[in-house]
Design a protein around this ligand. Structure first.
Ligand code: F6P
Length: 354
């Protein structure tokens, strides 16, 4: 048997359902290998505060495996900086950078498993030296499903379920009051969540950042349905906003109501497919560490196999834009492609796509 590894795990960025399932799977996979698992509290903030806990069957409540949120907490960088009254502009000369470097070294881990979104990828990509002497493996989680080079991310399936449940909850009111509900979905610059959630809930129209649309064409579509009620789902990254769509519908003689599914999409009992993905990703992450890999992401690849890919390769594969949370840093992301099977299905069902 090789050396007993000490593995540090953290959850970073916006939370989602499935993080606890992933932690639970990591606990079990570490147990099998007789590796030590340490949970860094509150994402990257825990490196600065030095707060961490042993993660094992005694400390982790079994009842948490299907719960949303993260048992060890999560943060986005802008919140870390705000709490510490420090700024981080992405440069390597600021107090935050040095405190992180010092804190990470103090953990004395052999390996770091980062469960994060695309902000975490850009961080690993831009500052790998923070983890000098440690192996790093990244498990993608996000309700946006916008991480390049993976066909799934932990939390996405539950978020789709949550969005469809939200729409189910208002659809009867739309019908009984004869209203068009215009529902804002999360997803940042990507329309995956709006597309899948909208389709699952039987939306009439789905507006995505990936497709150009004119407001007048959407209003004409609504008129053409001959119905006084219905559902329009709008991804948050789209040019058209829910309030302006609702107002335009009012102007055209309909009752239009703007709604926001909001943080409800990040909650909810983790659906089984997310828990299973968590199990696959956790096992694959530890296998990658066993093989000596570092700076890699576990992923479901284009053939649906669970494999690893280098952080630099996946960073280069995405579209880069300014990080909304850290000035002077860029993030890489993925969008709905023209050959997405759900676009095809939506067109087949007569869903208006914009
Ligand atoms: O990336 C996940 C996400 O929920 C996005 O869909 C949304 O735009 C953003 O995070 C909201 O972030 P915050 O928690 O900072 O409001």
């Amino acid at each position: 048997m090789g050396k007993r590894k000490r593995v540090a795990v953290l959850t970073t960025g916006g939370d989602c359902s499935g993080l606890n399932s992933t932690l639970f799977s990591l606990i079990r996979a570490c147990e099998v290998r007789n590796w030590e698992l340490v949970g860094i509290m509150n994402g990257t903030d825990g490196f600065i505060t030095g707060e961490n806990i042993p993660l094992n069957r005694e400390t982790f409540p079994y009842s948490a495996i299907n719960m949303a949120g993260s048992f060890i907490g999560s943060v986005v960088y802008k919140d870390v900086c705000a709490r510490k009254e420090m700024t981080w502009d992405g440069s390597k000369t600021t107090p935050v950078y040095f405190k992180l470097k010092e804190g990470i070294a103090k953990i004395k881990a052999d390996c770091v498993v980062m469960i994060g979104g695309n902000g975490s990828v850009s961080w690993l990509h831009s500052a790998p030296e923070l983890f000098a002497g440690m192996q790093t493996v990244y498990i993608p989680k996000t309700i946006d499903m916008d991480v390049p080079m993976t066909k799934n991310t932990v939390g996405f399936n539950t978020a789709v379920n949550q969005l469809s449940l939200y729409i189910d909850g208002i659809a009867q009111s739309a019908r009984s009051h004869r209203r068009w509900f215009v529902v804002k979905a999360m997803g940042r610059n990507s329309g995956h969540l709006a597309l899948r959630g909208g389709m699952a809930a039987g939306a009439d129209a789905i507006i995505l950042p990936e497709i150009d649309v004119q407001l007048r064409d959407l209003v004409s579509f609504v008129k053409g349905t001959g119905r006084s009620f219905g559902i329009i789902v709008v991804a948050e990254g789209s040019d058209l906003k829910v309030e302006e769509i609702a107002a335009a519908l009012e102007g055209a003689g309909f009752q239009g109501r703007a709604c926001n599914a909001d943080y409800f999409q990040r909650g909810g009992i983790s659906v089984a497919s997310d828990r299973l993905l968590a199990a696959e990703f956790a096992t694959a992450a530890l296998d990658a560490l066993d093989r000596g890999e570092t700076m890699v992401m576990v992923r479901r690849d284009e053939t649906s196999e669970i494999t690893t890919v280098g952080i630099d390769e996946l960073y280069d594969a995405g579209i880069t834009t300014n990080d909304p949370n850290v000035s002077n840093m860029t993030v890489t992301y993925d969008v709905v492609s023209e050959d997405d099977p759900f676009l095809k299905a939506a067109r087949g069902l007569g869903v208006f796509l914009g």
